[in-house]
Design a binder for this molecule. Structure first.
Ligand code: BJW
Length: 263
C-alpha cells in the first residue's frame, strides 16, 4: 500500500488520486462497496463514528428481531422517524460521482450497506442493497411486501394475513437477502478493481467482499475519513470525505480514459 509519507499532503494526495484514477480508467469490471460514511455529507449519521447512531442507541434493542419482538412500537417509531428524516435528505456529490462512474466505465456495479435510498436518487442503476431499504416493509410471518401508508400510526400495522409488518432492513443476527449477497460475492470475485467507501468494515458478511476481491487479484481503492478494518488491504487509500474526493477521482478517471482512447 502507498501511504502518505513526508511529501506535502496535497502533492501526495494528487499522486494517490492519479494512481486510483489510472486503475479505474483501465478496468474492465469494477465494483464499489459503500457504507454509512458516503451519506454523512448528506446529513445522515454513521453508526460507529463518535457522533454515530450506536453511540446514542442500543443496537440489541433497535436492530435485532429479539428487540422488535420485545417492543415492536419502540422499534417501529424509531424506523418511522429515520424514514421521515431520510426522505428529507438529498444525495451529495459523492453519490452523484458514483452514478457518473457507472455511466463512463464499461462495467460497474454498486454494492451498498446503506438503506437510505440515496444512491438510487442520485441515478445509480445497477445497485445491490445488502441491508435492505428503509422505504420497504414486509410482514413478519409470511414476508408479504407492504407499501408505506401515510395512515400508519405509532405501532406496527397488520398485514392482510394478520401478521405484524416490520421494516424491510437487515438486523443483526439475520441473514442478508440471498440473491443480493450471492451476486455481491460473485461481482467481488470477478471485478478487477473495488472501491470501498465510507465503511468501517466491522460488519460481516459485507466486510468480506473486499477480501473476496483481493483474493481474486483485484485492486482495492479505499476512500474514508479515517483508517478502517479494510485499510490494510487497500492498494490506494484516499483519506478524506468521499463527497470531496469522489468527484475529482471520477473526473480524472474520465480524462485518463479519453487519453487512452486517443481523444
Ligand atoms: C466517512 C465519512 C465521509 C465518515 N467520507 N468516509 C456475534 C453475534 C451475532 C452476530 C455476529 C456476531 N459476530 C459477528 C456477527 C455477524 C454480524 C456482525 O458482523 N456483527 C459485528 C458488529 C460484530 N452480522 C450480522 O449479524 C449480519 N448477518 C449475518 O451475519 O447473518 C449470518 C449470521 C447470523 C447469526 C450469527 C452469525 C452470523 C447482519 C448485519 C446487519 C447490519 N445491520 C445494520 C443496521 C441496518 C438497518 C438500520 O440502519 O437500522 O447495518 S448495523 C449497521 O452497520 C448498518 C450498516 O449497514 C452496517 C455497517 O456500518 P458502516 O456502513 O460500515 O458504518 P460505520 O458507522 O461502521 O462506519 C462509517 C465509516 O465511514 C467509518 O469508517 C468512518 O470513518 C467513515 N466516514 N464520514 C468517507 N464523509
Amino acid at each position: 500500500m502507498t501511504i502518505l509519507g513526508s511529501i506535502p499532503y496535497d502533492a501526495a494526495m494528487k499522486e494517490e488520486l492519479d494512481k486510483a484514477a489510472s486503475i479505474l480508467a483501465r478496468s474492465t469490471s469494477a465494483a464499489a462497496l459503500t457504507g454509512a460514511g458516503i451519506s454523512r455529507e448528506s446529513g445522515i449519521p454513521t453508526f460507529r463514528d463518535n457522533d454515530g447512531i450506536w453511540g446514542k442507541y442500543r443496537p440489541e434493542e433497535l436492530a435485532t428481531l429479539e428487540g422488535f419482538l420485545a417492543d415492536p412500537g419502540l422499534v417501529w417509531r424509531w424506523y418511522m422517524e429515520r424514514l421521515f428524516t431520510a426522505r428529507t435528505k438529498k444525495p451529495n456529490p459523492g453519490h452523484y460521482a458514483l452514478a457518473r462512474l457507472e455511466r463512463i466505465l464499461p462495467r460497474f456495479v454498486l454494492i451498498t450497506q446503506n438503506i437510505d435510498d440515496l444512491h438510487r436518487k442520485a441515478g445509480s442503476a445497477d445497485l445491490i442493497e445488502l441491508h435492505g431499504n428503509i422505504e420497504r416493509f414486509r410482514c413478519l410471518e409470511a414476508a408479504h411486501p407492504a407499501e408505506y401508508d401515510p395512515g400508519w400510526g405509532e405501532e406496527p400495522p397488520l398485514c392482510s394475513c394478520g401478521s405484524i409488518i416490520r421494516p424491510g432492513v437487515v438486523w443483526f443476527g439475520e441473514q442478508l437477502p440471498e440473491k443480493e449477497v450471492e451476486r455481491a460475492f460473485a461481482e467481488s470475485a470477478m471485478c478487477d478493481v473495488m472501491l470501498v467507501i465510507g465503511t468501517s468494515g466491522m460488519v460481516s458478511p459485507a466486510s468480506h467482499l473486499p477480501l473476496a476481491a483481493k483474493d481474486a487479484d483485484a485492486s482495492v481503492i479505499e476512500i474514508n475519513t479515517a483508517r478502517s478494518a479494510i485499510t490494510p488491504l487497500a492498494d490506494v487509500f484516499l483519506e478524506g470525505p468521499s463527497g470531496e474526493i469522489l468527484p475529482g477521482l471520477v473526473s480524472r478517471t474520465a480524462e485518463i480514459m479519453n487519453d487512452i482512447q486517443g481523444n
